[in-house]
Structure formats: C-alpha cells, structure tokens
Design a protein around this ligand. Structure first.
Ligand SMILES: NS(=O)(=O)c1ccc2oc(NC(=O)c3ccccc3)nc2c1
Ligand SMILES: [Zn+2]
Length: 261
C-alpha cells in the first residue's frame, strides 16, 4: 500500500482541521521540559494563589474541553508571585486528556507523558482591562499547568466529575458554584516557568507558563468520565472528547527556569 506523503487536513485529528501552527511563531506551547537544561533561579518567589470559591460561575463544553469559568470582575481569585510582576485574575480552568492512560498531557518532562494536564488560566488585570484584550498581549496571561497521574481517588475533584454528564455535548452549560480550585494544586510548590503561548486557537504568544513539578493523583474512573464527554453538539454524530492536546512545539531560543534545584 502506498502511504500518503502529505499530511492533509483530512487525516488530521478533528481538533486541528484548521491551524496547525502559527507562521513565524517563536514561543509556542506545549514543550518538552528537559530537566537538566532548566536553569535554577534562586530569586523566583513561590507562586501565591488566592481563590474565592464564590467566584465560581458555571461549567461549559466549548468543543475543545470543558471549562469551569470564574467571575473575573474583581481581584477575589488571583495568582501572584513566582515569575509574575503583578497579580493575574483567574478566568477559567480546564483539562487536556487522552483516550487512555498512556498519554494526554500537553507538556512533557524529559519526554514523559502524563494521562492528563490541568490548566488554570489567569489574565493580567493590572495591565489590561479584559481577558479578551490580555489574550492578545505579551505577558497578558499566566497559566498554571498541573500534571495528573492515575492513583488514589481525588475526593475534591469528584464534585466536578459528577456534573460532567450535564455538559456532555458541545455548547452545553451548567451552573457550578462554590468550588475552590486550590484543592487541585499539588502539595509541593516546586515549578518550572517559561514564555509560551495558548495551546489552542488563537495560539497567541501571550502566556507566562508555570508548570508544577509534582503531579496530582486521580483515579481511573474519574479520568474515564472525562472521556465520556463529546466534541459534538446535540444531533451531530457523536465524537468522544479525547486526545484534546496539542503536539509538542520547538523550544527555539527559550530557557526554562526552575524554582528549585
Ligand atoms: N490550553 S491553554 O493554553 O490554557 C488555553 C488556550 C486557549 C484559550 O482560549 C481561552 N479563552 C477563554 O478562556 C475565554 C473565556 C471566556 C471568554 C473568552 C475567552 N482560554 C484558553 C486557554
Ligand atoms: Zn489548556
């Protein structure tokens, strides 16, 4: 059989019908974090998060992932410190995961892939007026990335897992309030940080990435519920929402800094 040489859009993963890369992109995400090449920065302060569970608004399926969105009209839920020069407001969090436990994360660590990755998306409310504006600007966003590994049941995550069937279809939305995403942070504060981009369109190079070294543990059945969601809307032929991660991007002229030795 002859193999098709060109990578036509037809055989691309549904997520990538359109854009696969940004022409001229020099700081795209995700990347493989090569631990030995990362540079320890002794003056990198700990990352400080302060989240108010009352700012949690709703959960919705946007056709890429499910997003838990927050009220970002005040500074009630913010991240500061670390590589950030001022506080950034929490806008939403979401995950990326695979069809099985062998892959699913966007970033990798010395080529190690995790079954899923959590992104807490924040925007620079000191320099910009809205999230939509910040998304287009350098240093507009700060995203905390947290790896998930299969292990013990995650008690606090279960409240979120239990409501996922209500956002099974693209564009479905459910009220979801009083959730504190601090419960999803790992116990260790060690992290890597580098200048990157959004990993889904518009792929803008506006993100200060903060990748936590220690994964959090969830159990197999919790990840299985993620995989029961659909990319497709009601009435469309059902396409399971799995493998919603972007391929690794070239490091190019970037250095990854670490908060630990
Ligand atoms: N995987 S990622 O790099 O963290 C990433 C990638 C692309 C993203 O687009 C948005 N947009 C909103 O959240 C949004 C929420 C409400 C209104 C408008 C936009 N967040 C993103 C995060
Ligand atoms: Zn993401």
């Amino acid at each position: 059989a002859t193999c098709s040489l060109q990578n036509t859009n037809a055989n691309l993963h549904p997520l990538w019908k359109g854009q696969l890369d940004i022409p001229g992109g020099t700081r795209q995400s995700p990347i493989d974090i090569r631990v030995r090449d990362s540079i320890f920065h002794p003056d990198l302060a700990p990352v400080k998060t302060h989240y108010d569970p009352n700012t949690c608004l709703h959960i919705w399926n946007n056709g890429y992932a499910f997003l838990v969105e927050f009220d970002d009209c005040t500074d009630k839920s913010v991240v500061s410190g670390g590589p950030l020069e001022n506080p950034y407001r929490l806008k939403q969090f979401h995950f990326h995961w695979g069809v099985n436990n062998d892959w699913g994360s966007e970033h990798t660590v010395d080529s190690k892939v995790f079954p899923a990755e959590l992104h807490l998306v924040h925007w620079n409310c000191t320099k910009y007026r809205t999230f939509e504006e910040a998304i287009m600007e350098e240093n507009g966003l700060a995203v905390i990335g947290i790896f998930l590994k299969v292990g013990r049941h995650h008690e606090k995550l279960q409240k979120l897992v239990d409501i996922l069937p209500s956002v099974r279809y693209k564009d479905s939305l459910t009220e979801f309030n009083y959730f504190d995403p601090s419960c999803l942070l790992p116990s260790c504060s060690d992290y890597w940080t580098y200048a990157g981009s959004l990993t889904t369109p518009p792929l803008t190079e506006s993100v200060s990435w903060i990748i936590m070294k220690k994964p959090i543990e969830v159990d197999h059945s919790q990840l299985a519920v993620f995989r029961s969601l659909l990319y497709s809307a009601v009435g469309e032929d059902e396409k399971y929402m799995v493998d919603n991660f972007r391929p690794l991007q070239p490091l190019m002229n970037r250095t990854v800094h670490s908060s630990f030795q």
